[in-house]
Design a protein around this ligand. Structure first.
Ligand code: HEC
Length: 382
């Protein structure tokens, strides 16, 4: 397949055409100020939240050439276009989230649908949604039929953008009622409840249990944690636990005591905050001989120079097991993730004494490089 340079991708993309129209409109009416823009968004959002829409009109907008929704989204479950398939978006997102996806596409990017930007060795630039990838090539998709296959050997730089391919400013092409109609139409896409779904483990009706159960907080409410992702007992210490906080990348030592629980810092790796995708601490596993060698392993995901990188590092606890020893960590495994989402993070020692590392499925791309089965890591230390 012949590669398609970025400028061509953009010129054939209806969506970009819409953005151009929209910015022209802003200039003409001189409503370009950020405040007015924010107010307009708010008013559109509020109206569409509380007003029902007309399904037929919504369908017309969706299929219209000027809005171009259908050039980027399938609604038949095929997921053949650049944007996510919307056939069950009504199950996935509430009305407010659907409105936000249309009004501010880059505010929250659907998992795995960040824009990938590539620069080749001969100076061509491409951007699009990474749909397929093998060891030899990657395929980027734009609106409609636009797509480009780029040989991995030709790639000089590859970057995951924090922007959406979906154009901003679509609300300027829609009245408040138009938006309500469009949202009504999209929100009506729901997966049919069926027998087969029931057997796949998604019951239509969830029966209430006859004897209610109580959920009792494990530690005192005085201690709060910032998006905890992992919790476990320190081997051989029945009252002592570690808790991992995800994006802020801190580990807390929690001591259960008769006089009240106590929380102290075990390790602080500094924040790995990011708008999109999961970054920061993901998981922890103690060495099977932790009490003798104090070794433990961490899964850490970071974002560096437009690339999502997953690490497995080994560290050592202090002699009293109450904090990290401060000794330099050892990188056991490092690999560049294919996308910015679903990059795993579970660590577990098997009964065979091997450390098993969860690699993730890269979201909707379903692990195109087969990392989970047959990995060629960037670095592997034994
Ligand atoms: C140029 C391509 C393009 C066009 C045109 C486009 N979209 Fe999108 N859309 C995307 C991409 C890519 C995403 C995923 C990234 C994101 O969340 O912004 C997306 C995300 C969405 C989502 C959220 C999906 C999810 O699973 O969370 C909705 C809803 C949506 N679009 C609706 C629309 C509607 C309605 C229109 C027409 C008014 C439209 N889109 C036009 C590319 C496009």
């Amino acid at each position: 397949m012949k590669a398609i340079p970025n400028n061509l991708l953009i010129s054939v993309c209806f969506a970009m055409h819409v953005s151009a129209q929209v910015s022209a409109q802003i200039e003409e009416t001189n409503t370009g100020s950020i405040l007015e823009e924010a107010l307009l968004l708010k008013e559109h959002r509020h109206y569409a939240m509380i007003h029902a829409g007309d399904l037929d009109r919504g369908r017309e907008f969706f299929l219209s050439e000027s809005l171009a929704c259908a050039t980027c989204h399938t609604i038949d479950g095929s997921n053949a276009s650049a944007g996510p398939d919307l056939s069950n978006i009504g199950d996935k997102l509430g009305r407010g989230d659907i409105i936000d996806s249309i009004l501010q596409p880059s505010a929250i990017i659907a998992d795995g649908y960040n824009l990938t930007e590539v620069e080749t060795r001969d100076g061509e630039e491409y951007s699009g949604i990474l749909k397929k990838s093998t060891a030899e090539w990657i395929e980027l998709k734009g609106a409609g039929e636009v797509s480009a296959r780029i040989a991995t050997g030709d790639i000089l730089n590859r970057h995951t953008s924090e922007l959406s391919l979906m154009p901003e400013g679509l609300h300027l092409a829609l009245t408040q009622q138009d938006l309500a109609d469009l949202v009504e139409y999209i929100g009506s896409f729901k997966r049919p409840e069926s027998e087969s779904m029931f057997h796949q483990g998604t019951p239509n009706v969830i029966p209430q249990i006859s004897k209610p159960i109580a959920l009792i907080p494990f530690h005192s409410e005085r201690h709060q944690f910032d998006r905890p992702v992992w919790f476990g007992q320190i081997p051989g210490e029945p009252n002592n636990f570690l808790i991992l906080e995800h994006a802020v990348s801190r580990i807390w030592f929690l001591e259960k005591r008769a006089q009240g629980d106590k929380k102290t810092l075990f390790l602080d790796l500094g924040p790995h905050l990011s708008k999109n995708g999961a970054r920061g601490l993901m998981g922890l596993e103690f060495h099977p001989n932790f009490r003798e060698n104090r070794r433990y392993f961490l899964a850490l995901h970071i974002y560096e120079k437009g690339q999502h990188i997953a690490f497995t590092v080994e560290r050592k606890a202090s002699a009293d097991f109450k904090k990290d020893s401060g000794e330099p960590p050892r990188t056991v495994l490092r690999w560049n993730a294919t996308t910015a989402s679903h990059t795993g993070g579970g660590l577990e020692f098997g009964p065979d004494g091997f450390l098993y590392v969860g690699m993730g499925d890269t979201g909707p791309h379903e692990d195109p490089n087969g990392h989970a089965q047959n990995m060629i890591p960037s670095t592997l230390h034994t």
